[in-house]
Design a protein around this ligand. Structure first.
Ligand code: NAD
Length: 503
């Protein structure tokens, strides 16, 4: 099936507070549009600081019950959640696709990645078994992972399920009460996640949803009872959240935007490279922080560029590529192409006239794959995060020049190289200053337990958002050092005496 199933009726989002769904119809509402056809599919309340405060206090009251459970008991709840999410996969896929404009295949991939993190969280009881060591005779050191309390996650539009699931399982397994502030552009899937978490047996109030925009974010980030904030979104807002949150004494990890470079060398495998580059810049219609945005062509690689354009030209909108989130983003992408032309670059593949064949969807927000060749460092298309299916090509003469160009970016999420030479791959891995490196991989998202995170303006704070690093972010490690009287002197003389002493 090409297009997702649309909900039969408008979806009215609610806040989830203390385990109760609250209709929040007293709050101002914002329409939710489907990028597929630009039509209204629901509405979302814009919570104010009073609403945020109420939700935080309910979470605070619920937290001790969850913290006091064993990790194994918490893992059982997440196991049930995973099971329910798999059962609800078709519904989740449709929801993600309809509200974010992804194809169903892309929606499913994001959900699977979210469940991979859930599996990692579930494995925690086994992962942490080596946390105690006899450091000298009769003296033991032990790590105890302690929850922080009420924590919050603020998420972007481009992965309605996956990015919330980068945070929810790790924060919950660590024993926190978690409040999600989903993107107001894609709030519908979070409602399903909330439903499934409640059904999994999570105590009321341990998972909450506060819908809204800037006011809700600011209220969460400055609330005294919110101990840590995970943020994923644009660099401007990541920087704002990081500064506001850390000034209020909170732990903050805020992931920002990106401008990822793919380096192609003449020795690369043609088909593997062309397909890897294509899926990197067109996947999710270029709306992902790991998308290739600049192709750095080292020497004579026209055969690769031609093949990328040939494959991209065959893309069918709605089948191979989804839509752009809204009209403002579409305009920004189109303007970036116009600007590139004005600055002297050449549009070798122009996706601007493209529309899906299905007339019902032509009112949506669409653009086909677009390739801008002969760009130069400093041009807007070479520096700015366009966040659309646009690949900017810059030609250089050497690998060193290519890596220097990539490293000059203010962002540092990902960088890839396509090559069949080990020394070329090693050079890029060693010298790139991005956080995630791909060798013949166009979207180098590390699989769990390898953690996800960038550098420079792509990340504010320390550590990564997934893997053990994510777990460390949502918890404190308490160190307990214990000494016992010597075994010989303290030993009960008989088994009977031991029982007497302990009853
Ligand atoms: P965004 O920054 O506009 O919104 C993200 C969140 O911040 C939303 O929940 C939104 O409600 C809130 N927000 C928006 N403006 C705010 C303001 N002025 N004050 C307080 N809160 C505000 O981002 P987006 O457009 O939803 O998502 C796309 C961006 O996210 C891109 O830049 C992309 O690169 C980035 N992103 C980064 C990663 C990563 O891992 N680094 C992953 C996914 C997306």
């Amino acid at each position: 099936m090409t297009f997702p199933n649309f909900p039969a009726q408008l979806q009215q989002c609610r806040n989830l507070s203390g385990g109760v769904w609250e209709d929040a119809s007293n709050l101002p509402q914002r329409e939710v549009l489907s990028p597929y056809n630009g039509r209204v599919i629901g509405s979302v309340p814009l919570s104010d600081s009073g609403t945020v405060d109420k939700i935080v206090r309910a979470a605070q009251a619920a937290w001790p019950q969850w913290r006091n459970l064993s990790v194994r008991n918490r893992a059982e709840v997440l196991q049930k959640f995973r099971h329910l999410a798999l059962e609800s996969m078709p519904r989740l896929i449709d929801s993600v696709a309809v509200e974010s404009g992804k194809t169903r295949v892309e929606a499913e991939a994001g959900l699977q990645k979210g469940l991979e993190i859930t599996e990692f969280a579930i494995s925690l009881p086994n992962l942490e078994q080596m946390n105690s060591l006899e450091v000298s005779q009769g003296v033991y050191c032990q790590f105890r992972r302690e929850a922080l309390g009420v924590v919050a996650g603020i998420t972007p539009f481009n992965f309605p399920a996956m990015v919330p699931l980068w945070m929810i399982p790790l924060a919950l397994i660590a024993g926190n009460a978690f409040i999600l502030k989903p993107s107001e552009k894609v709030p519908l899937t979070s409602q399903i996640l909330g439903e499934l978490l409640i059904k999994s047996g999570l105590p009321a109030g341990v998972f909450s949803i506060v819908n809204g925009a800037a006011e809700a974010v600011d209220a969460l980030v400055s609330h005294p009872e919110v101990k840590a904030v995970g943020f994923v979104g644009s660099t401007a807002v990541a920087s704002h959240v990081y500064q506001k949150g850390t000034a209020a004494g909170k732990r903050v990890l805020a992931l920002g935007g990106a401008k990822n470079h793919i380096i192609v060398t003449p020795d690369c495998d043609l088909e593997m490279s062309a397909r890897g580059i294509l899926s990197s810049f067109t996947g999710c219609a270029g709306q992902r922080c790991m998308a290739a945005s600049v192709l750095v062509a080292v020497g004579q690689v026209d055969h690769v560029l031609n093949r990328v354009c040939e494959l991209a030209a065959g893309h069918v909108l709605g089948r191979d590529m989804g839509a752009i989130i809204d009209s403002a983003s579409l305009l920004k992408i189109r303007n970036a192409v116009v600007q590139a032309e004005k600055q002297g670059a050449k549009i070798v593949l122009d996706g601007r006239p493209a529309l899906p064949e299905n007339k019902d969807f032509q009112s949506g927000f669409w653009i086909g794959p677009t390739v801008i060749d002969h760009a130069a460092a400093g041009m807007e298309c070479a520096e700015m995060e366009i966040f659309g299916p646009v690949l900017t090509v810059i030609r250089v003469n050497s690998l060193e020049e290519a890596v220097q160009l990539s490293n000059r970016s203010v962002y540092g999420n990902a960088a890839s190289v396509f090559t069949t030479r080990g020394d070329v791959a090693q050079y890029v891995a060693a010298h790139s200053n991005a956080g995630m490196i791909g060798v013949n991989v166009g979207v180098p998202v590390p699989r769990e337990p390898f953690s996800f995170g960038g550098t420079k303006l792509s990340r504010f704070g320390h550590g990564d958002i997934t893997g053990r690093s994510g777990l460390d972010f949502w918890s404190d490690l308490k160190k307990v050092t214990t000494a016992w009287p010597s075994l010989n002197s303290a030993a009960p003389k008989t088994a009977g005496q031991f029982l007497l002493h302990t009853t």
